[in-house]
Every structure is written in C-alpha cells, then in structure tokens.
Write a protein that binds this ligand. Structure first.
Ligand code: HEM
Length: 199
C-alpha cells in the first residue's frame, strides 16, 4: 500500500529532519518568540513557491478533491501577520523539490499533511511558553480537532488513485526529496539567520 510505503521508506528522512538544528530550537524550552517567528518565516519561504506550482496543476485538484483546504500558505500568512512580519517581504526558497508531475506533487502533499500529525506534539510544547497565543500558531495547530480526520481522508484519497508500482515509487521519491530539501533549506536559513551551527 502506498501509505505504508511512504511511512516506512521516508522514516530515515523523518528522523533526520527531527534532529535538524532549527527543529531542535523549536522544541527547546528556551525558544524565544523571535526564533519562533524566524522558523515560521523559513517555512513560508519554502511552502509558498511549492504550493503556487501545485495550485496551477489541474490534475492535482482532481486527484485530491479537498486540496484547497490543505494548502498551508494562508495559515502561515496569518501567523506571520500576527507576529508582525509581512509575508510578501520574505524571499522564496532557493531549495525546493522537483514538482513536475502529479506524482511529485502527491509526495509533497503527503509530507505536508503528515507534518500536521507530528505538529500536535509541537503545539503541546509551544503552549508551555509565556508568549504562546493561538493567533501565531495557526500553521502548527493545522486542522485542530480535525487533524486525525483530515489525515485519514487524505490517505483514502491517495489509495483511491490506484497508482501503479512505478507511480508509487515516484511519489515516495518525491516525499524523500521534500523532506531533504526542506531540511536543507531550514539548516541553511538557521545558519545564516539564527547563527546555528552546520551539522
Ligand atoms: C520536531 C520535529 C518533529 C517531530 C517531533 C515530529 C513528530 C512526529 C510524530 C510523533 C508523528 C506521528 C504522529 C501520529 O501518527 O500520530 C509524526 C508523523 C509524521 N511527520 Fe513528523 N515530526 C517532526 C517534524 C516533521 C517535519 C518537519 C515533517 C515534514 C515537513 C514531518 C512529517 C511527518 C509525516 C509525513 C508524518 C506521517 C508519517 C506517516 O504515518 O505516514 N514531521 N511526526
């Protein structure tokens, strides 16, 4: 099953990204609101150009009928505005996954949707900070109480596509590339803007 293949075959990439320096900072009890704002900015720079490409692909709207509800850009824009950052002043990431085919885009969306599952743990951590408020954690809160429901619905849509083995392999490859490029972008931004050490 494609959903099992994705979880199993991207496990090393997931483990790697969890220990990337900016995500360690994100989970630290010492996290400041300024560092949090930087991490949200890095996310936006990465997600925005990718979602723009996917929005322009009609096949994706057919493959994933509720795709509109799944884009993360407006959640990130709300967080940025409430953090006092104008989203349109942020640069687009120079490191993105190749998103040429529908199978590539499905891999990207899998990673973004799955990240909402782990994000529940992250929100729990964020709530411990004195500066926490709901207005700046829209992205990490995701679908809130509907996270589990939206995740199951996404997996059902993926399975309903009845992809061939070759197509499934392309989706998995793209998911790996999404993890890797996101990690590279986060690390680069962390080094340049947060003075985090290179791994
Ligand atoms: C500090 C960072 C992170 C932590 C602690 C974390 C933690 C977790 C946890 C606990 C789950 C399992 C949730 C469940 O099944 O109920 C999960 C799933 C997942 N996470 Fe993360 N995560 C982190 C970062 C990320 C990032 C940055 C991404 C990608 C953008 C990501 C993508 C995923 C995906 C795709 C799944 C679903 C795996 C599957 O069942 O197919 N995670 N994460």
């Amino acid at each position: 099953m494609i959903t099992d293949k994705l979880r199993e075959q991207t496990r090393p990439q997931h483990e790697s990204i969890e220990s990337a320096a900016p995500f360690k900072v994100l989970m630290s009890p010492e996290l400041t609101i300024e560092q949090y704002a930087q991490i949200i900015s890095f996310w936006y720079s990465y997600v925005k150009p990718c979602e723009e490409l996917i929005r322009s692909n009609q096949t994706m709207a057919e493959a994933i009928p509720d795709i509109e509800a799944r884009y993360k850009d407006s959640l990130l824009e709300n967080d940025l505005n409430n953090l006092g950052i104008q989203p349109d002043t942020l640069p687009a990431s120079t490191i993105t996954p190749p998103l040429h085919h529908t199978t590539d885009m499905l891999g990207f969306i899998y990673v973004m949707e799955g990240s909402s599952m782990g994000a529940q743990l992250i929100v729990h951590k964020l709530k411990e900070h004195s500066w926490y408020n709901e207005g700046i954690t829209n992205f990490y809160a995701g679908y809130k109480k509907e996270n589990g429901k939206m995740w199951s619905a996404f997996k059902k849509q993926l399975l309903a596509l009845e992809l061939s083995d070759a197509e499934e392999a392309q989706v998995v490859e793209s998911a790996k590339q999404t993890f890797t490029t996101l990690e590279q972008w986060m690390n680069l931004q962390g080094q340049q803007q947060m003075s985090l050490p290179a791994l």
